[in-house]
Design a protein around this ligand. Sequence first.
Ligand code: HEC
Length: 134
Amino acid sequence: MKIFFGVMTTLSTATLLLAACGGAGGAAEPAEGAAAAGGEPALVVTDQAEWDSLAASGQASFDRACGACHPGGDADLGPALKGHMIPMTTMTTQIREGSGRMKPIDATKLPEEEMRGLMVYLATIGAVGDVKGP
Ligand code: HEC
């Protein structure tokens, strides 16, 4: 089940939800590319304190669930993630479904409630491109 955070305008939200939920889960669905290129953020956090706290908890989640293979967002067993600027939906699909030698990471290893913070942390290292901070 995909999750969508934050603020999108009604029309494009409906379109994105339909496209993403109906898709087979491929990493390159057109709606995801459009979300990244169209400049419409998938998640907006306007409060600095909230951003900082999400980034901190997200870093802890990352270190626990991803750090062994992408330490600090750099390459090791997995490729570097820093500067990738991929859409949040693509990142979520990669995490939940995996690819190649990266096994899916389910909610027992990475609970849904940690995803928001994780995405904020990933935005701070430029791994996710459509999350906007203060
Ligand atoms: C056990 C090692 C391992 C863990 C843990 C892991 N990854 Fe990966 N990751 C990989 C490997 C290996 C690949 C390359 C997969 C492929 O060849 O398709 C990869 C690929 C990716 C990609 C695609 C990068 C690209 O260049 O296409 C993203 C994004 C990603 N991982 C994010 C994450 C995140 C976020 C987490 C934690 C929630 C995570 N990974 C946890 C090993 C891991």
